[in-house]
Structure formats: structure tokens, C-alpha cells
Design a protein around this ligand. Structure first.
Ligand code: GCW
Length: 682
């Protein structure tokens, strides 16, 4: 049963369309692999295995160019001089991880070359070439130069050492610490392969809330074993560094970043790690956030903490990813303002090998948030994006929600920090402020479930994250289509309706959970299901009523200039748009404004009626998704069909639960009847 699910987007099914198959067969006769590194072997094995499966033929790997129509793979330095000369210009178009796929004539014979500056580029090229075949693209006249636009394309695992996964909904952690380092689960290889196929080049193995044990020799030995598996796939290992580690595992009395013994402890620790893992990536740190220790415990600040760690890894080429996810119960006036307030004054003060990791929005991975005001506001500091692939606030692995749509919405937001067209994507790829250190992190949705991600469609979120990390300007619709063709079917009768379903699914979840800019009204703690009512949690900003502020007059959080002035953290053009009720996009209305129940929406409805109709729309959209899925039954294997069908049934049930719970609750304040068209709660 798990076979299909397990293979993710690398199904490599035999091409059933005879015409397309014969075209491919005519263009591909053999593989010539010019290089012998471990990475090069992965390239040739993958190409051989995938082509033989898809073309249903016996294509062999040779080490010399003989026949026509070979696929020649190898990095720049091992190419025949004549081929290299032909590709000279193309090679100037790519960076160290990029690739060229080109149809050429060599000694009067037609060949396809896949090359790059390094063998890892060739591997990325191989996956890109296979994607062409998987999606039935022509390969007769190839001329592709592609390279990643960001340097660090990384998964953040929130995996604890006891194998539980914080906010993980796909089983337990893949990392079997008990059996490591001697037992190498084949899943580690498959994990690396899947990531390499979408260009992911880094992984943080441990939770940002994890304890310091991971930095002890006993665990570093295990980390080393994983790093050895991942290396040929171009994936570097990173670890979370608990700030108090010098006390907990080092026996020191303090973790003060200005204390010499602390600085030396980290320097020695870095040396120890790099001795085992020479290409260790560096540290990810959550400090002074949600109870985690940090420099502020010693009267120091984020700069002191980050720079101290940065100095420890700098001699070895390591980096520090310092998270900006901070908010304090002592300053709970508006949680959305705190990260900006705390970090922006530090602009320009971090070491060169520090990158500040910022969540996509200022609260916390909601179904919809306006982009984080820090993007574009710290021109002298590299900022990296943190997306959440795991669906903490979006129905766990039960609800079908295609997240690249959300990611794209954030990346293409205009910060206006350097005038029009200062897109978030340009902050992230470094082009806006000319930064070399760039990155995108995604909080992983992977666990040891047979299908990796719990929901078969959640695989698309992992896939799409990788593709957008490679190129933040890609279109989420194009990505969805690639993924569907590689994962399910190339039949247009499948592709068209399912693509539409995927692209609508994000708006559907917004509609049935948090329409019109509502946020953080999930049940407290676990964040599954509705819970807009008062909770018994101690901190005010953990209480859903803090976010919606519904009362007799209306609903919404006034972050306008007259309110908390969170709008003031955006560039003036953006601030004015959000501040003004007339120009504030309705999708963000209640994020920025407290609005009377009878306020007139653009469609002429009152706010109360419009809100209720949005909840209903979300429910209806899930119902449509169910119908769409039923209609494509013949194109999907029975196992995955059934799984998705059952999950959609739950999603429908829960969309109604969300609608009813929220409307009944808010109705106490609005005091109004539900409008026509909204089903009454049963
Ligand atoms: O979203 C919140 C989550 C926590 C998480 C925290 C963070 C890892 O509820 O589970 O902790 O954010 O990002 O640090």
C-alpha cells in the first residue's frame, strides 16, 4: 500500500501515451557518465533507473561518448574540451550550484549535455531533466541554464531527541537516535534524495526548543553519521544551539556571551563538531523566546548572543541563523509589533556570518498574515524567510491545503522599502540590499508515516517549498502542476480540476477558519479546531480574545495609527494602505481594524453578514473539493484515492464545525441573525 505514497514525486511511471513515449525513445539512447564522485554516481543511477522505468527500455550507463543521442553528465572540469568550449557562455550564467541542460552537436552527433560547475549542480540538472520527462515536456532542443537564487534552502525539523516532533502530524521523527550511528536506516537516504530532487541543501535536525544533549559527543557521533549520508546529496547538517548549553552540558556557571569561559566553550564545541563534520552548516538559535534561555538572561542582547556564536563557527565557514520570533508577556500591547521593535535597532550590528530568520508574518504562521514588517526594514542585515510547512494552524495533516499559494502571496508582497517593487522575494534572495548570504527555511512536515507527510497532498507542500526556496519567483500554479504530473498523472482530465482544487484550497481554509483578517482563534495550546472564546492560559497574548477583540460594537484588532500603530512599522506607502479603511485590503481588514458589525463591505453586505457568508463559502469550497476528487477517481490508485477521500470528509465536517463555532460565538456580540445562504448550525 505504501509503495505509491512513499515514492513521493518520484513515481517514474512508464509513459503510457505511445506517441510521447516513442519521441522520448528516439531522443535518448544511452547515458554517458564522465565522473566518479559519490554525487556523480547518484546522478547516473537516478538517471538510469528513472529513464528505464519511464521509457520502459534498457538504457545503459557508459563512461565514453559513442552513440548518438546520449545524455552526457559530468561537471565542467570533466567535459571534453570541445564540449566545454561550446558551453563556455552558458557556464557564465550559473553559480556553483547551477546547471546547464543543452542539446549539442558533438562530432556531428546529436547529444544532450547536463553539466554544472560542480557535481551537485549536475545532480540538480539530472532531476530537472527528469522533471521534463515526468511532465511530458519536449526534449529535442534543450537550452536551459538554471541556478538557485538563494544559498540556504533548508528544512527546520522541530524534532526532539525522544523522537516526538513539535507540531508534527506525520508520525515520529525520522532520526532514530537509539540505533545511530551504526544503523543507517534507508529512509535517511530516501530523505536526502527527495530533498536533493527539489534543491534543498540543508537540514536542521533538531527542534529550536530541543535540549542541549544534541551537542554532547555521544550525539555528535550520531549527527556525523547522518551528515555522511546526506553529504553526497548536497545537504549540509545544522543543529540548534540551546543558549544555556555551556551550563547544562559544559559544567559552567553561566552562559553569558561576554564571559570568556563561555566564548571559549563554544569555540571548543565548534572545533569538536567540525572535526567530525568538516562541512557542518552552523547553528539555528531560538533565544529569549517562549521561555528559551538567551543572552538577555545575562543583561546582554541578541547581537551579543548571535555574534558570540558566529565567532565560534566563523573559522570553519559556519553560519548562525538567529531567529527573530520573539514576543514578551511584559509588553503585550501588540504582539505583532515586538520582533520589529526588538530587532530593527540592531541593523548592521551582526557579524557577516549571521542571518536573522524571520517568520513570514508578525504573529505566527496563520492561514493568512500580512508580510512581516521586518522584511526590507533591516537593509544592513541579511534576513531569511521562515515558512511553516507543517500545518500547525491549518488543520494539521488532516486538511488539504496547498501552501505554496500562501508562500507566493508573501514572497510577492511589496514592502516599498526602496520604492515600488521592493518585493519580499528580493529581500530574501538578497537582491534588494545586495546581500550574499541568503536563505529560506521551512518548518518540516515530515515524520515516519509511510507517506512521509500524513496527508498525501501535504507532500506538495514539501515539494513546493523546495521549488520556491530555489526560485522565490516561481508560480505556485506551475509548481502544483509539476507536482501533480510527477506524483499522480499527466492526464489533463486529472490535472485541470485537481490543480484548481489545490489552488483554491488555501483560500478555503482562510474562509472557514479566519476570514477577513481574523487570526489566532484556534483552540489554545494544540491549535486544532476553533476556539475564539476566553481560554484559561495565563499569558494575555495566548488568549484568542486578545486577537479578535469582538464586542458589542464590532470586531477586529485596531493596529491603525489610532490603535497600536503596528501599521507604522511598514514603509509609509504600505502603512497608509493598511491604515485607511478604504484602502486596506478586505482580506486583512480585521487584522488592522476594529470594525462595526454594520460596516458596509465592498460587496454591499454588512460586516456581520459578510463574515458569516465567508464562513459559509469556506464550507462550500470544501464540498466542491470533495466533488472534484470523486470525479477523478479513475486517474488515481485506489489507496491514495481513498485516503484523500476520507480526509476530505473530515475536512468538510470540520469546516462546518469552524463555521458554526465561530458564528455562534461572535453572534453573542453582534446580536444579529445569520443571513440567508448561511446554513444554521445543527
Ligand atoms: O508557533 C509557535 C509554536 C511553537 C514553536 C514556536 C516557535 C517551536 O506553537 O510550537 O516552537 O512557534 O516557532 O518557536
Amino acid at each position: 500500500i505504501a509503495q505509491k505514497d512513499y515514492k513521493l514525486w518520484m513515481q517514474y511511471d512508464k509513459i503510457s501515451n505511445a506517441e510521447i513515449l516513442s519521441k522520448y525513445k528516439a531522443s535518448v539512447n544511452g547515458i554517458v557518465s564522465l565522473e566518479n564522485s559519490a554525487t556523480a554516481k547518484i546522478s547516473s543511477n537516478e538517471l538510469e533507473m528513472a529513464l528505464n522505468a519511464m521509457l520502459d527500455s534498457k538504457i545503459e550507463v557508459k563512461s565514453k561518448i559513442e552513440a548518438e543521442n546520449s545524455i552526457i553528465i559530468g561537471s565542467e572540469s570533466v567535459l571534453d574540451a570541445e564540449i566545454r568550449t561550446q558551453l563556455q557562455k552558458d557556464l557564465t550564467l550559473i553559480n556553483e550550484e547551477g546547471f546547464i541542460i543543452k542539446s549539442i552537436l558533438f562530432k556531428n552527433k546529436k547529444q544532450i549535455v547536463i553539466t554544472g560547475k560542480k557535481d551537485i549542480g549536475v545532480l540538480y540538472g539530472v532531476y530537472s531533466f527528469l522533471r521534463l520527462v515526468q511532465t511530458h515536456q519536449p526534449i529535442e532542443n534543450l537550452n536551459i541554464a538554471d541556478a538557485p537564487k538563494t544559498n540556504i534552502r533548508i528544512l527546520n525539523h522541530w524534532d526532539n531527541l525522544d523522537r516526538t516532533v513539535e507540531r508534527g502530524y506525520a508520525g515520529f521523527s525520522l532520526w532514530n537516535w537509539q540505533k545511530l550511528p551504526d544503523f543507517i536506516d534507508h529512509r535517511y537516504v530516501d530523505y536526502a534524495r527527495a530533498n536533493a530532487s527539489i534543491g534543498i541543501n540543508g537540514t536542521v535536525l533538531t527542534n529550536v526548543n530541543a535540549n542541549a544533549l544534541i551537542l554532547t559527543p555521544q550525539y555528535l557521533e550520531k549527527v556525523e553519521a547522518l551528515a555522511n549520508v546526506f553529504r553526497p546529496y548536497g545537504i549540509k547538517v545544522y543543529l540548534t544551539a540551546r543558549f544555556s548549553a555551556p551550563i547544562e552540558i559544559g559544567g559552567l556557571k553561566t552562559a553569558d556571551p561576554k564571559d570568556v569561559s563561555v566564548m571559549n566553550w563554544w569555540k571548543e564545541k565548534a572545533k569538536e563538531i567540525y572535526k567530525r563534520i568538516p562541512d557542518f552548516g552552523g547553528f539555528l538559535v531560538k533565544a529569549n523566546s517562549e521561555g528559551q534561555p538567551g543572552p538577555q538572561n545575562y543583561g546582554r542582547d541578541h547581537v551579543d548572543g548571535a555574534n558570540m556564536l558566529a565567532d565560534a563557527v566563523a573559522p570553519f565557514g559556519g553560519i548562525v541563523m538567529w531567529r527573530a520570533f520573539v514576543y514578551s508577556e511584559h509588553d503585550a500591547n501588540d504582539r505583532a509589533k515586538q520582533a520589529y521593535a526588538e530587532f530593527v535597532p540592531y541593523d548592521g550590528k551582526f557579524r557577516e556570518n549571521v542571518i536573522v530568520q524571520v517568520k513570514n508574518g508578525a504573529i505566527d504562521f496563520q492561514p493568512r498574515e500580512p508580510f512581516h514588517p521586518m522584511f526590507g526594514a533591516m537593509p544592513k542585515t541579511p534576513l531569511m524567510m521562515e515558512f511553516q510547512i507543517t500545518q500547525e494552524y491549518l488543520g494539521f495533516s488532516t486538511h488539504l491545503v496547498y501552501l505554496p499559494k500562501l508562500f507566493q502571496e508573501v514572497l510577492e508582497s511589496d514592502t516599498y522599502q526602496k520604492g515600488k517593487n521592493s518585493l519580499v522575494a528580493k529581500v530574501v534572495d538578497g537582491t534588494l540590499d545586495n546581500h550574499k548570504l541568503t536563505g529560506i527555511a521551512g518548518v518540516s512536515n515530515i515524520g515516519n508515516d509511510l507517506n512521509w507527510t500524513g496527508h498525501p497532498f501535504a507532500q506538495a507542500n514539501w515539494y513546493g517549498f523546495g521549488r520556491l526556496a530555489w526560485n522565490p519567483y516561481l508560480d505556485s500554479g506551475v509548481i502544483a502542476e509539476e507536482w501533480m504530473r510527477a506524483t499522480f498523472s499527466n492526464d489533463e482530465k486529472f490535472i485541470n480540476p485537481v490543480k484548481e482544487m489545490m489552488l483554491k484550497s488555501r483560500e478555503a481554509v482562510v474562509n472557514y477558519m479566519t476570514p477577513l483578517g481574523l487570526h489566532h482563534i484556534m483552540d489554545t495550546g494544540h491549535h486544532y479546531g476553533p476556539g475564539p472564546w476566553v481560554s484559561n492560559l495565563s499569558r494575555p497574548e495566548w488568549n484568542p480574545v486578545y486577537y479578535h477583540k469582538a464586542d458589542k460594537n464590532g470586531i477586529g484588532f485596531d493596529r491603525s495609527k489610532k490603535g497600536t500603530d503596528a501599521v507604522g512599522q511598514y514603509a509609509p506607502t504600505v502603512a497608509n494602505i493598511f491604515d485607511n479603511l478604504k484602502t486596506c485590503p478586505e482580506k486583512d481588514l480585521l487584522w488592522f481594524h476594529h470594525v462595526p458589525w454594520n460596516y458596509k463591505l465592498q460587496n454591499g453586505q454588512t460586516l456581520w453578514n459578510g463574515l458569516a457568508l465567508k464562513y459559509q463559502e469556506g464550507v462550500d469550497q470544501v464540498k466542491e473539493m470533495q466533488t472534484t476528487w470523486k470525479n477523478v477517481k479513475q486517474y488515481v490508485d485506489p489507496e491514495r484515492f481513498d485516503e484523500v477521500e476520507m480526509l476530505l470528509n473530515i475536512q468538510y465536517k470540520e469546516a462546518k464545525w469552524w463555521r458554526d463555532a465561530c458564528l455562534l460565538y461572535f453572534q453573542q456580540f453582534s446580536g444579529k441573525e445569520l443571513p440567508d445562504g448561511v446554513e444554521k448550525p445543527t
